[in-house]
Design a protein around this ligand. Structure first.
Ligand SMILES: *[C@@H]1O[C@H](CO)[C@@H](O)[C@H](O)[C@H]1NC(C)=O
Ligand SMILES: *[C@@H]1O[C@H](CO)[C@@H](O)[C@H](O)[C@H]1NC(C)=O
Length: 419
């Protein structure tokens, strides 16, 4: 009896031992799997064999490209944005320090987590935060948030017809502006292959409408299926969120249209002479074609300190002048700059004014904006606003209604027009 009992005890003990060993092995396996996944994310877990180090290509498909920063920040930029006490400057220099030390940068927090986390942090860092207008408070709470989730995508935009894209028109719009988008589609934003095989493609960049507005989402989804030219991200489409939109679009284009020659970024209420732009771009020497940042340049500008202004910037947020930048109504950028631009933007804290922000990023790449008189983002003289010949010579004119856009487009292409 006793023997049987001790035999049973032995069997039990063995079973327990076996179970222990097995579960340990399971944990080990799981651990190994996680680790190797992480290591493959880092892209370099295979130990180098002794002897000649073997260069291995990075796994670009897995590594979000902007985390490995392979970009130098220009000396001129560093001189322009010397360290000062304003919050934006302190953030910038913290990012630059991290980058200078490791050439990597901590990725921004997940979209869902970046907001509330820094509320207390803001009060600690911006002593008069409570006196900021609500919009600015809101911007600051969100200013570590990047990469908003995408709601409507066009992943095949640049590959659908095989041949490359010469000019991508990226037009900032908001969900409710159906009429403006339609006018652009029927006129200057028409997708086509122009003379000399220059292919033009069009995208409208949208955020989402607020919960207070009527729900336009079903209509918008219909529009996107119909025209395949709508990109939408899940953030409230407002003035101070335009920077987020531009940033998201730059990264989108880099991943989805890496071969695009030029990008036009502009508003949905401007008039653009697409042919004049194509002619200008086609005539560029290869050297300058790879570093285009052209538009109506605002070369000396400082922040507006009047709290009632739409563009008010508090002193404790940003101090000093703005770098020269091209007015956001419409400007051109080389496709060749998109990779470096998306990377360097990770080092530059978001700024509430989107065209100033693009100017900052380009400045960091060591490129100066070029003024072109064809870009009239503040409109032409009153008595020339109906003059077709004036419009035929220009590239972009500020603010026209959808009707005016159609009328102008017809006019400048009329065979009867003699200038
Ligand atoms: C880094 O930059 C160099 C030179 O600009 C380029 O040749 C190289 O391909 C880049 N590497 C990555 C990973 O982007
Ligand atoms: C920007 O979008 C986010 C996400 O929808 C929103 O919470 C925030 O209020 C917006 N910011 C501004 C300044 O409108």
């Amino acid at each position: 009896m006793r023997r049987i009992r001790s035999l049973m005890a032995m069997v039990l003990l063995c079973a327990v031992l076996l179970l222990l060993v097995y579960s340990n092995w399971q944990i080990d396996m799981a651990h190994t799997r996680i680790v190797s996944h992480e290591q493959s994310l880092a892209g370099s877990f295979v130990p180098e064999p002794p002897g000649e180090p073997v260069w291995k290509p990075m796994e670009v498909a897995v590594v979000p490209k902007y985390l490995v920063l392979n970009v130098t920040v220009s000396e001129n930029f560093r001189k322009f944005f010397l360290h000062n006490t304003a919050y934006w400057s302190r953030l910038l220099h913290a990012f630059l320090r991290q980058h200078d030390q490791s050439h990597n940068i901590t990725p921004p927090a997940e979209w869902k987590e970046c907001r509330e986390a820094n509320r207390e942090l803001l009060k600690t860092n911006v002593h008069d935060f409570d006196t900021y207008p609500d919009l600015h408070k809101d911007f600051l709470r969100m200013c570590h948030c990047r990469d908003p989730p995408q709601v409507i995508d066009q992943p095949k935009k640049c590959t659908s017809d095989g041949d490359g894209t010469f000019l991508l028109l990226a037009i900032k719009s908001v969900p409710s502006n159906f009429l403006r988008r339609q006018a652009v589609r029927e006129t200057w934003g028409m997708e086509a292959v122009y003379q000399g095989g220059l292919r033009v493609r069009t995208l409208f960049l949208l955020g989402s409408s607020s919960d207070m507005d009527p729900d336009l989402q079903p209509l918008l989804e219909f529009e996107a299926r119909q025209y395949k030219d709508v990109l939408q991200w899940d953030f409230h489409d407002s003035l101070f969120n335009l920077t987020l939109k531009v940033d998201a679009f730059l990264k989108w284009t880099w991943s989805n249209c890496p071969d695009v020659s030029f990008v036009f970024s502009g508003d949905d209420d401007v008039f653009v002479n697409t042919l004049a732009i194509l002619e200008y771009l086609r005539a560029l020497a290869p050297d300058s074609a790879s570093r285009v940042y052209v538009g109506q340049v605002i070369s000396v500008a400082t922040p507006i300190r009047d709290p009632k202004s739409k563009y008010y910037i508090p002193k404790t947020f940003y101090e000093g002048a703005y770098p020269p930048y091209a007015g956001g109504g419409g400007f051109l950028i080389s496709g060749a700059l998109l990779g470096r631009l998306s990377q360097v933007s990770t080092l530059i804290p978001l700024f509430p004014i989107d065209d100033v922000y693009v100017g900052m990023c380009i400045h960091a790449l060591g490129i100066a904006p070029e003024m072109h008189p064809g870009f009239q983002t503040f409109d032409v003289e009153e008595n020339n606003r109906e003059n077709m010949c004036v419009h035929k010579k220009l590239m972009l004119i500020h603010q026209r209604t959808p009707r005016q856009v159609k009328w102008l487009w017809k006019g400048i292409h009329s065979p009867l027009l003699i200038c």
